[in-house]
Design a protein around this ligand. Structure first.
Ligand code: BG6
Length: 534
């Protein structure tokens, strides 16, 4: 163990706990179990951008509040925007004070956290910045006892990922001559990881020239969400689930990630992305993998990630000749959200007036294995839908025989399990029950588990969980190179066909504030099913 840095120790002593007395000491003991033993410097490329101020720094601040930062720790922001340590700290203080991810802003915690923040103004593509970074890192090892360990984070535009990784290698910031066996360097790569299969492969290859696979942490913030991790717990910590979690009992699965917001100020990025790249290749496919995977033998990164990759391998290739049967694309036009008029996608900043980028997509996937043969997985995601809602609906089969007397009050709907990823995090199960009174009439009732009622606390934000895991060196919740490529491979026929037919789309095809284009409903009704809208 390296010597303690007194400033971080003071901060630790001042850390607040939401509980008191006996509960407090056990919470503190539990927290210290999770506090990374190894010290490190955290370098954020693109530190003047949105992701840093909205997510990364609030997450680090929250970790500081819970005593979960390593004892020796420092942050170096690296970006082209002119700033010095002081202006960087002031800028971040404002963000943290107003961040919805921070429950309480505590001046005493901030005052101990702030001196850990440093900044270098530099270009990602030029050598000077990396030479400066090397020197600053050595200073951090002395001033903050970072122990020679490095955690890099690419919070930049994806176009810079290659240059950053190459320069880290070239300027000895990954495997420098004096590096000891115990010292580590890891890199967290933000999404999107590539634009398609070819670029994802190229990116994997170029990162592998500098970092070993086990040092690469491809982040997908959905995997850090408590409710997403709970899919594994729900499936494999309950013996009643596994026997029915298959094609014999399940009719179909629906996964919805609906957003009420439009593209906001991200038009430039979104024009080159669209919903398939922005939400499907990563977040929605992760949800599919967790719902559909076989039980892993151990809760370790290899078993879990092997089984998730198997799901991607089993998805039947999408037939480009019959896309209309399985995929729908949409783009929002002007409409009304909560009583206020909102512009269409083509009227948003940095969006082409004749843009053919999809802001909505729906897709029917089939998983070709013993467990899931003939069980469709319907996925949809879109911007400017009526509400923010991410949920997984598992629709069970109808009862095989109806012996209740028919009456107008009979509603024997199939059982339905809903995993509410967000908001109102929880799980509910719809059941048929006898309606009180004479006769045997059946009504639908719901059993409900709600995180806020059960635990009374807000779960840690996704970035807190994932940053902490990366500091611990646990890649379970990060994507492996093969899984990323497999996900691109599934989408490839769709991406190719949609981009080759950009001129033929009839966009906009759904008004803001509605549940997407009518063709998405038709996709379900053709199969005798319907979307569940929360
Ligand atoms: C991001 C996408 O990865 O996920 C955004 O780039 C999207 O477009 C966001 O809004 C959704 O995340 P969450 O956690 O709000 O569901």
């Amino acid at each position: 163990m390296l010597p303690m840095d007194t400033s971080t120790e003071d901060q630790i002593a001042a850390a607040p706990h939401a509980v008191t007395g006996e509960a407090e000491s056990s919470a503190t003991a539990a927290a210290s179990l999770l506090r990374p033993e190894q010290h490190c410097a955290f370098v954020i490329f693109g530190a003047s951008g949105d992701l840093t101020s909205r997510k990364l720094i609030p997450a680090l601040y929250n970790l500081a509040c819970q005593n979960l930062l390593p004892r020796g720790f420092a942050v170096i922001g690296f970006a082209v925007t002119e700033m010095d340590d002081e202006s960087f700290r002031n800028h971040l203080r404002e963000w943290v004070m107003n961040s919805p991810e921070v429950i309480v802003f505590r001046t005493d915690i901030w005052e101990n956290f702030e001196p850990l923040l440093h900044y270098i103004t530099a270009d990602f593509e030029k050598p000077e910045g990396f030479k400066k970074l090397g020197k600053r890192l050595e200073e951090m090892d002395k001033d903050h006892q970072c122990g020679g360990n490095r955690l890099y984070y690419t919070a930049t535009l994806p176009a810079f990922y290659n240059a950053i990784v190459e320069n880290l290698g070239k300027y000895g910031l990954v495997r420098h001559a004096s590096k000891t066996e115990d010292e580590w360097a890891r890199i967290i790569i933000e999404k999107p990881f590539g634009q398609d299969l070819t670029t994802a492969r190229q990116l994997n290859e170029s990162i592998h020239e500098v970092f070993h696979e086990e040092e690469i942490y491809r982040i997908d913030h959905y995997l850090g969400k408590e409710t997403v991790q709970n899919i594994i717990a729900f499936r494999f910590a309950n013996s009643i689930m596994e026997p029915i979690w298959n094609r014999y009992y399940i009719d179909h699965v629906q996964i919805t990630a609906a957003e009420s917001l439009g593209v906001e100020h991200r038009g430039k990025y979104y024009e080159n992305a669209g919903t398939l790249r922005d939400m499907f290749q990563n977040h929605l496919f992760q949800l599919v993998a967790l719902v559909a995977m076989e039980p892993p033998v151990r809760n370790d990164s290899q078993s879990v990630r092997d089984h998730k990759a198997d799901v991607m391998k089993a998805i039947l290739p999408i037939d480009p000749e019959n896309l209309g049967d399985v995929a729908v694309r949409g783009q929002y036009g002007p409409g009304t959200m909560m009583g206020a008029a909102v512009p269409g996608y083509r009227q948003e900043a940095d969006v082409a007036p004749n843009s053919a980028t999809e802001t909505y997509a729906a897709l029917k996937l089939m998983i070709d294995n013993w467990r899931w043969a003939d069980v469709p997985f319907y996925l949809r995601s879109g911007k400017r839908l009526p509400k923010k809602l991410t949920e997984i609906v598992v629709q069970f089969k109808r009862i095989p025989h109806m012996f209740f007397q028919a009456s107008t009050q009979d509603h024997i709907e199939p059982n339905q399990l809903t995993i509410r990823v967000q908001p109102d995090e929880g799980i509910s199960l719809k059941l048929g029950a006898k309606l009180p009174g004479p006769g045997m009439n059946i009504s639908q009732v719901q059993m409900n588990f709600s995180y806020s009622q059960a635990y009374g606390t807000l779960p840690a934000t996704a970035y807190e969980t994932l940053l902490l895991d990366a500091m611990h060196g646990d890649p379970t919740l990060f994507n492996r190179s093969d899984a990323v490529e497999l996900a691109w491979q599934v989408l490839e026929p769709l991406l190719d066909t949609w981009s080759a037919t950009r001129n033929y789309t009839n966009f906009p095809n759904y008004p803001a504030g509605t549940w997407g284009p009518p063709a998405a409903d038709a996709l379900m009704t053709r199969d005798g099913r319907a979307w569940k809208n929360g």
